[in-house]
Write a protein that binds this ligand. Structure first.
Ligand SMILES: Nc1ncnc2c1ncn2[C@@H]1O[C@H](COP(=O)(O)OP(=O)(O)OP(=O)(O)O)[C@@H](O)[C@H]1O
Ligand SMILES: [Mg+2]
Length: 258
């Protein structure tokens, strides 16, 4: 599903990605960890085409991303759903409108088609699909509520529903539970893993809470200073590895012990 081959990226003369290689198979669920500033977000953004590496290449679904070609970027992003820490929803509109916007990428001529007859048919079919997805993520009762009235956990469910509306093959999540309380975080992670297991959608998610990673993921990739310093089964991640990744960060030790 993803092949990252020796990518490098510099900002202001320093390497943010310093020769990163990683591959993720279809159907895998991978947790991406590492201290702040280690390059996790930059790596994720290179995979969805928003960060252009200085060298190296990235393949998604077997196709190398051509960062200079709009059509190549569109094709890459079409099958990638994105989940963010701050949800990135349109707060002043309804849940349904937000979820429906996830379907727009599938229309070749984009939003204009929505006003045509074909668009209306498309619209009706997609609305039914949106309701099914809202049911799947557990907030069908909020379909016509304004997003700014929802709790953080409900907002993240809307964002996940919007991503599913795209019929993605890959979900990239950047700290999807960072703004949620522990109980809600657990439920959102369970939802992401259910999507991985039931729908076979590949998931790569940045997570800061090590206990959540250990409880839920088989494979972990750790970054440090722009390089991957661990990539393997969670069971083979030792305390020494963890100390090494986080350099004896006291806060992280608390999380490990928790
Ligand atoms: N557009 C940019 N311009 C300049 N520097 C950048 C840019 N984007 C990222 N950086 C720098 O690259 C480094 C890695 O950033 P990145 O956001 O990938 O880290 P991260 O591992 O996601 O950190 P966090 O856990 O805090 O989210 C940081 O030092 C950051 O300041
Ligand atoms: Mg980040």
């Amino acid at each position: 599903m993803i092949e990252v081959e020796n990518i490098k990226k510099q900002y202001n003369g320093s390497f943010v990605l310093n020769g990163v290689s990683m591959s993720v198979k279809t159907g895998e669920a991978v947790a991406l960890i590492g201290p702040s500033g280690s390059g996790k977000t930059t790596l994720i953004r290179a995979v969805n085409g928003f960060v252009v590496p200085d060298s190296g290449k990235v393949k998604v679904r077997g196709k190398e991303i051509n960062y200079r070609n709009k059509e190549s970027l569109r094709q890459t992003r079409k099958k990638i759903g994105m989940i963010y820490q701050l949800f990135n929803l349109v707060e002043r509109t309804s849940v349904m409108e937000n979820v429906m916007s996830g379907a727009l990428g599938k229309l070749d001529s984009g939003i204009n088609l929505i006003s045509s007859t074909v668009g209306l048919l498309f619209h009706r079919r997609e609305r039914e699909k949106a309701m099914d997805i809202l049911r799947f993520v557990g907030i069908e009762d909020k379909a016509f509520e304004r997003v700014d009235r929802l709790s953080g956990g409900q907002k993240q469910r809307v964002a996940i529903a919007r991503a599913l509306m795209q019929e993605p093959e890959l979900l990239l999540a950047d700290e999807p539970i960072a703004n949620l309380d522990p109980k809600t975080s657990k439920k959102i992670l369970e939802l992401l893993l259910r999507i991985n297991e039931d729908k076979g959608i590949t998931i790569v998610t940045v997570l800061h809470h090590l206990k959540s990673v250990m409880d839920n993921f088989n494979r972990v990739v750790a970054m440090k200073n722009g390089s991957i310093c661990f990539d393997g089964a969670i069971g083979s991640l030792t305390q020494t590895d963890i100390h090494d990744i986080y350099e004896f960060d006291k806060d992280m030790e608390c999380l490990v012990a928790a």
